[in-house]
Design a protein around this ligand. Structure first.
Ligand code: SF4
Length: 107
């Protein structure tokens, strides 16, 4: 294959990859917000406001570092904007920055 054809193929592949990345980021940014009745949210005790966690039910949040536990301090939280972020546990949806769930992991 001539060198110019290789270059064209590379540029075409790079353009496709960039587009896919943009679409993935955009879909996260525009995805629905996780609601309290989401089955995964129910299973993991997710709430939009971490101060509202039922600490009698969710012992992790009741622990000594519980007050600092919220999505923005979680290792897997990905910032979208000041109010929302993406979380791989809720793929394609947005979680509240002030949210919490029992899968929280210290950043
Ligand atoms: S895993 Fe972390 S970022 Fe995801 S919902 Fe739970 S606390 Fe928030």
């Amino acid at each position: 294959m001539p060198q110019s054809a290789n270059r064209r193929q590379f540029l075409k592949s790079a353009a496709v990859a960039s587009s896919a990345l943009l679409i993935a980021r955009f879909s996260h940014a525009q995805g629905p917000v996780v609601t309290a009745d989401d089955p995964t949210a129910v299973a993991l005790g997710y709430v939009a406001d971490h101060t509202q966690v039922d600490t009698a039910k969710w012992a992790k949040k009741a622990g000594p570092d519980g007050a600092g536990q919220q999505c923005t301090s979680c290792a897997i939280y990905q910032v979208i904007d000041d109010e929302y972020g993406a979380c791989p546990i809720f793929a394609g949806k947005r979680v509240h920055a002030a949210g919490w769930c029992n899968s929280w992991v210290q950043k």
